[in-house]
Design a protein around this ligand. Sequence first.
Ligand SMILES: [Fe+2]
Length: 558
Amino acid sequence: MINLSLVNGKSNILKKRFRLAHGKIKRLKREILTTAFVGIAACFSLHAHEDWQPTEQSQKEIHRPTPIPERVVLTWEGNPSTSQSVTWRTDTSVKKGLAQIAKANSSGRELKPATFDATTSFFKSDLNEAHYHSVTFQSLYPDTLYVYRVGDGANWSEYYHFKTASDQPRPFSFIYFGDAQNEVRTHWSRVFREAFRDAPRAAFTLHAGDLIDVNSSDAEWGEWHQGPDWVNGTIPVIATPGNHEYRRINQGPEAERFWSTKEGQAIEILVTSFKKESRENKTIYAVSYMGPKGKTGYFEINDGGNLVLVDKTMESLTGFDEDELLGSSVYASPLFDRQRQPGVPKVSKHWRNQFVYPIQDVPNESLKETVYFVDYQGVRIISMDSNKDLDLQVPWLRRALQANPNRWTIVTFHHPIFSPGSDRDNKELRRLWKPLLDEYRVDLVLSGHDHTYARTGKVDPNNIENVPTGYQQAYDPEIGTVYVVSVSGPKMYSITKGSFAKRVAENTQLYQIINVSEKELEFRAYKATGEMYDKFTLQKREGKPNLLIEALTSEIKK
Ligand SMILES: [Fe+2]
């Protein structure tokens, strides 16, 4: 019995095992069937989505403000060793902005931040209505790490870090960008981020104008903030405005133009048609016009503004022949095409709402926060506005250079003193500002605008062409100033006048990292991919101009 029961017991166990195994097989079958069904369904669903087309999200939706702080950006309106300004944007439901700050610690929940009210202003852009909020933290300790956040009391940003400058000259680095301007999200973000990876402890980023293409485009400004993202909330921004940050007010119709004639007169031209065409991957503008006495004609310019086709009417109206006209910029010699009522330039309304800069007794209201200087650990960084009132800025620049206790001086403005484009010369800048840059032996001038790279240095004097009249070469060792033009965005022009420069580049997006210490300034330019493209060092010498030391060829890429 016992045995039998054992047998029976075993038999029961076997039966149970069989039932279990059978159950597993059934489950397995079910799983296989389910998988097969899902597979078939997936095939069906793929099949069903074949004619699906993606929908582009509207710019209005992408850049819609919310109660959550965004476009957070640090700038300085005061002394970087004792103050820090921050600006951010929300929707208009946030009536009052707040900012909290404390010395940074390593245990976030123990922070006991002080709270400050923001200045809030209403802003209507081409896409939306928003509130901009701004706070300047003051009476801070030098050389100290702080945490801060911004919000409205219910909705807060994350805590960001920033570090105040030392109140003494100390070594530091900063990053310089030429024009970002076009397809900023698509093609500029990676350049910014590569630069940040190379200099994560940079004291500030410097932007030499044309941060965007259309001054009033909220979407473009949104893209400019999105590339750096949280980095703008940690590393302050020094920016100078370019021509694309400007709009014109009281402007006449764009079609009403003046041209200069060989006899030195101005004739009235009416543009009757202006068409953008693409030919062999190049952009051409086809222009029909009517001149005096109803004479009609036709010409073409490329995307750099140079005449590539002219007609007999243009020759007879102006007195210039085809040889004199072809290849020249329509906006420069000999035609000097210009609007009859060009209007008054006015900086984008985005500028002063999002950037807070020092106001230092500038010549007029319109130059506030575009013309300023910031002193950082032994360096004076001066922003000039090369878009307007160049003559009015001269006495201001003299004062800024004269009363300068810093060892180093770096000046930034958008239009270059020496242009690598033969049709893009800025004579007025050389006439009005260069004498002062020479007199005070400014160390470095950082510009953009020309969508190429050109950096001055000592070049073979027997091999210089097209240097602007009056200059043997752009670099003068008796003065020592180095001038740089660079570009960080994807729009590119050609170099037609680069022999004055020690190093040039076309079709290359770049960023620059500059290290400054008491005795040396080391400048390095990198391609978007992170390869070093240019390097030089300036050595300070008592009572003498800087010594410019070129990098070894082996240090930089050909
Ligand atoms: Fe520009």
